[in-house]
Write a protein that binds this ligand. Structure first.
Ligand code: PHE
Length: 372
């Protein structure tokens, strides 16, 4: 190796000019053929290798024998030479990349196909249900998932410590003990608090649907999940009757599940509706003759509903009177309404024949792809 190191004995200007011109020519010649990335790497190692690189060997040798006053000039020239080498590698790399781009494309290969995104089956089910009610003149309202005790329970006629609260095992937000009970925060257990928010904000007539996420401290199994989705409905106006409720839901169930579907209403209880009912539809799997899905009853229970309880109107009126003491927009002598609530997962499972709710949350493409 050292044989290859050119000797330099004089360090004046003309001598340096000559010596560095020779080296520059050597770099230029070698860099003419840097057409592959291998050649570029070999060239880089040959010239710039940290221990055995030619630049390092020559500069070590020359700087060692140079007189002190020549070292600075030498250093500057070695830096210039190093720049020349780096530029040669750089332009070699650019050239290879360019030619690679034109030469290496195989136009017979299939292209990269980007999978189009789709709405998640729960979202598309929500859209489907909401659309049915939009056709009936309902609009959409939304509310927060972190809710206060007042909106989620108290205004809906669940008094503090009332056993009706036990039907909705609630996830409380930590550190709320110092607050008055009505202001304590929790994860909303149903979409019904948005009924209250909407009525406080606007006078009748009201026709809204409220799709959204709700949370309960329930153990997950094939049909339960601690986070799930509901669609709430609220209609408030003069002369709203239970027949309006029945007609609306019967129409909606036929629109969702097919015109052959029948509905029936069973007495039930919710603190915020009176009377209350559970709605069943004739089994969409067997047409009502009885099968495993409907436990041989011919009917499937799907949603809760009822006429808005006057106690709810009273709570809304109390809030509205804080802003306007004369407010009488929700006087139950003149105003009636109905409300209903349904689980989105349950409807999606029925519509698509899904037997485990967990599929909706697993993110497994083999499941989700089926809805593309
Ligand atoms: N909020 C009730 C629940 O989650 C459902 C419901 C809504 C019932 C509206 C009646 C009226 O159980």
């Amino acid at each position: 190796m050292t044989d290859n190191i050119p000797q330099l004995t004089t360090f004046d200007e003309p001598a340096l000019n000559g010596a560095f011109a020779t080296l520059a020519a050597e770099v230029r010649e070698a860099s003419a053929s840097l057409t592959t990335s291998d050649a570029q790497e070999n060239f880089r190692l040959h010239w710039l290798g940290r221990k055995q690189g030619r630049l390092k060997l020559i500069s070590d040798a020359w700087l060692k024998s140079a007189p002190a006053e020549a070292k600075k000039a030498l250093g500057i020239r070695f830096n210039q030479l190093k720049q020349q080498i780096e530029e040669a590698i750089e332009s070699g790399a650019v050239a290879t990349a360019k030619s690679g781009a034109t030469q290496e494309i195989d136009i017979s290969l299939p292209g990269q196909i980007r999978q189009p995104g789709i709405a998640h089956p729960l979202l598309s089910t929500m859209h489907e249900v909401v659309r049915v009610f939009h056709h009936l003149g309902f609009s959409t309202s939304l509310g927060p998932q972190v809710e206060s005790d007042f909106y989620n329970f108290e205004a809906l006629n669940f008094p503090p410590n009332h056993p009706a609260r036990d039907t909705q095992d609630t996830l409380q937000i930590a550190g709320q003990q110092s607050r008055p009970s009505r202001d304590r925060l929790l994860m909303r257990t149903h979409t019904s608090p948005v009924q209250i928010r909407t009525m406080i904000a606007q006078a009748p007539p009201i026709r809204i649907v409220i799709p959204g996420k709700v949370h309960r401290n329930d153990a997950a199994d094939a049909t339960h999940s601690p986070i799930f989705h509901q669609i709430e409905g609220l209609c408030v106006d003069t002369n709203i009757t239970f027949s309006d409720l029945k007609g609306t839901l019967d129409y909606a169930m036929k629109a969702l599940f097919g015109s052959a579907v029948k509905t029936r209403f069973f007495p039930s209880f919710f603190p915020f509706t009176e009377p209350s009912a559970d709605v069943q539809i004739s089994c969409i799997f067997c047409g009502g003759t009885g099968c495993r899905k409907c436990k041989h009853s011919g009917w499937i229970e799907l949603l809760g509903c009822g006429m808005v309880d006057p106690a709810v109107f009273a709570a809304v009126t109390a809030e509205r009177r804080k802003l306007n003491p004369d407010d009488d927009a929700y006087n139950p002598e003149h105003i009636t309404g109905f409300a209903f609530g349904m689980g989105v997962e349950r409807i999606a499972m029925m519509l698509h024949g899904v037997s485990d709710i967990g599929h909706f949350y697993s993110g497994d493409m083999r499941f989700l792809e089926q809805f593309a």
